[in-house]
Design a protein around this ligand. Structure first.
Ligand code: ZN
Ligand code: ZN
Length: 71
């Protein structure tokens, strides 16, 4: 087990973690997004589908830079 993060494999933010070998890195989970993987390019950076699946509708709207209106 890693002495720094205590996880196997390392937590993505752990300095011992291997560099993600994807084309880009998800800003939410820190894992690499592989070629041909679908992801959302947001204002803050790429977000992988797994993280998008975990988000609420409200979070999705906000990460797209949109705002809910009140009637
Ligand atoms: Zn670690
Ligand atoms: Zn992710």
């Amino acid at each position: 087990m890693c002495e720094i993060c205590g996880q196997i494999p390392c937590h993505p933010r752990c300095p011992n973690a291997e560099e993600p070998d994807g084309k880009c890195t998800c800003i939410k989970c820190g894992y690499g997004i592989m070629e041909d993987d679908e992801y959302l390019e947001t204002a803050e950076g790429p977000v992988c589908m797994e993280c998008l699946d975990d988000m609420s509708t409200r979070e999705l709207i906000e990460i797209c830079g949109e705002q809910l209106q009140k009637a």
